[in-house]
Write a protein that binds this ligand. Structure first.
Ligand code: ASP
Ligand code: MG
Length: 438
């Protein structure tokens, strides 16, 4: 069986929902993972923020606006009165849930329950739509099998054990639809796989059922060899290895949730990125094999903070880095890049929630300097260390660009360079010209 995931834009209007239906209804049994309609999760985040700030009136107004939008969607989506009625009931149930939080106290569980409603509504509506059009379609409630553990990591074993009974319980169907993004935590409360997490849902399900292929459908024809928002004439990449795709997804290519590749790689299931606007195109195929040596792509990740710790105590001492890393671990902040000299270490983070505490604790080791608004530009491919002149090609391309850090040799799939965000575009263009011959 294949698992196909469609993002927010793909289900962003009644017309697009019908297009998704026509794409998937080819007679082949499959699992379809859907995001919330585009814009919905942002609105739900806004509503939760109002409630956290005890600004209940603004929350009520935002809920009202969103509900009106969904009533229009229902009116446009279905043909029969009976299905219009069913659609309105789905919408009412979710909005009753939202409204229940506008009285009384508001907690994190409340927030996660609110955030889940977008996927709950979109999947229910498309399921009704497909049945109205004569396709035998059943809904698999993701909250019955998707789970995260104590560390908020996806619990693949649990998913594997629980998904088949859920499929059996809903009964025989040609098409199964389920919610992306949402799950339960160890307490059984509603939670999620973080923003953009529907891709991850699809690959977890793919791994759990040992799917033939996992397809991630968006509105672009696959991974590009550079960021089309900043560089002209970028090209679609036909094939990538799991490792290359993981690096690209993590370092900036917005098309795929960074964790998506992992479950697929473990089970060796091909992942294909496909374009809803151009379904006949093969998209980008991600498998265990790389499509030859050399550089495949350049990508950038913004909003990076660089921290430098300079310490006399580092000189010839052991255990220094361990103590530094321990502080980041304690504050659950992951480090992306590091580079060291004998008296200083520089590293980067993108999650700055705990930055103040981290900086304070680091100051016991020496002087701490911080650079904000940096970008990691990363060069991804199957890069052979022995290739002569490779490093000089990279450095020549970067002539005139102030480089704050470089990481080379960590893996053969990635070279990372840290530059000020204001110089990112220039860096991407220069690398594109010199390394990718765009
Ligand atoms: N609806 C969620 C979000 O907007 C999950 C997703 O679309 O992947 O982040
Ligand atoms: Mg997405």
């Amino acid at each position: 069986m294949r698992v196909l995931k469609f993002g927010g834009t793909s289900v962003g209007s009644p017309e697009n929902m019908r297009a998704v239906m026509n794409l998937v209804a080819d007679g082949e049994k499959k699992i379809i993972v859907l995001s919330a309609m585009s814009g919905t999760t942002n609105s739900l985040v806004e509503i939760s923020n109002f409630l956290h700030k005890k600004n209940k009136d603004s929350a009520r107004i935002a809920i009202g606006k969103l509900e009106a939008k969904y009533k229009e969607v229902v009116a446009e989506l279905f043909t029969s009165d009976e299905n219009k009625q069913k659609g309105l009931e789905i919408v009412k149930e979710s909005f009753d849930t939202l409204k229940s939080f506008t009285t009384g106290n508001f907690s994190l569980v409340g927030e996660n329950t609110i955030l889940a409603q977008g996927e709950i509504i979109s999947t229910n509506l498309v399921t009704i739509l497909m049945n109205e059009s004569g396709y035998n379609t059943k809904l698999l409630p993701a909250l019955d099998f998707m789970k995260i553990d104590e560390d908020k990591a996806a619990d693949l074993n649990f998913i594997r054990e629980h998904i088949t009974p859920v499929i059996e319980a809903v009964g025989e169907a040609d098409y199964y639809i389920t919610q992306g993004f949402i799950c339960r935590d160890v307490n059984g409360d509603i939670n999620n796989l973080q923003r953009g997490g529907s891709d991850y849902t699809a690959s977890l399900i793919g791994a759990a059922i040992d799917a033939e292929e996992i397809q991630i459908w968006t509105d672009i024809d696959g991974f590009h060899n550079n960021d089309p928002r900043f560089v002209e004439n970028t090209k679609k990449i036909e094939q990538l290895s799991f490792n290359e795709a993981a690096e690209l997804a993590y370092f900036g290519a917005k098309i795929l949730h960074p964790q998506t590749v992992l479950p697929a790689r473990v089970q060796n299931i091909p992942v294909r990125l496909k374009n809803t606007m151009n379904p006949s195109d093969g998209g980008t195929l991600i498998t265990a094999e790389s499509d030859g040596k050399g550089i495949k792509a350049v990508a950038a990740k913004d909003g990076i903070t660089a921290i430098k710790i300079r310490s006399g105590r580092m000189l010839m001492a052991y255990g220094f880095l361990k103590n530094v890393f321990a502080i980041f671990e304690k504050h659950r902040t992951s480090i992306d890049m590091i580079s060291t000299s004998e008296v200083a270490v520089s590293l980067t983070i993108d999650d700055t929630k705990q930055l103040d505490t981290i900086l304070e604790e680091l100051s016991q080791f020496g002087t701490v300097e911080v650079d904000y608004d940096m970008s990691i530009v990363c060069i991804v491919g199957d890069i052979i260390e022995e290739e002569k002149g490779f490093a000089s090609k990279v450095f020549n391309a970067l002539d005139g660009i102030p480089i704050r850090m470089i990481s080379y040799g960590g893996s053969r799939h990635n070279i990372s360079i840290l530059v000020p965000e204001s110089r990112k575009k220039e860096t991407l263009v220069a690398l594109s010209k010199n390394l990718l011959n765009n």
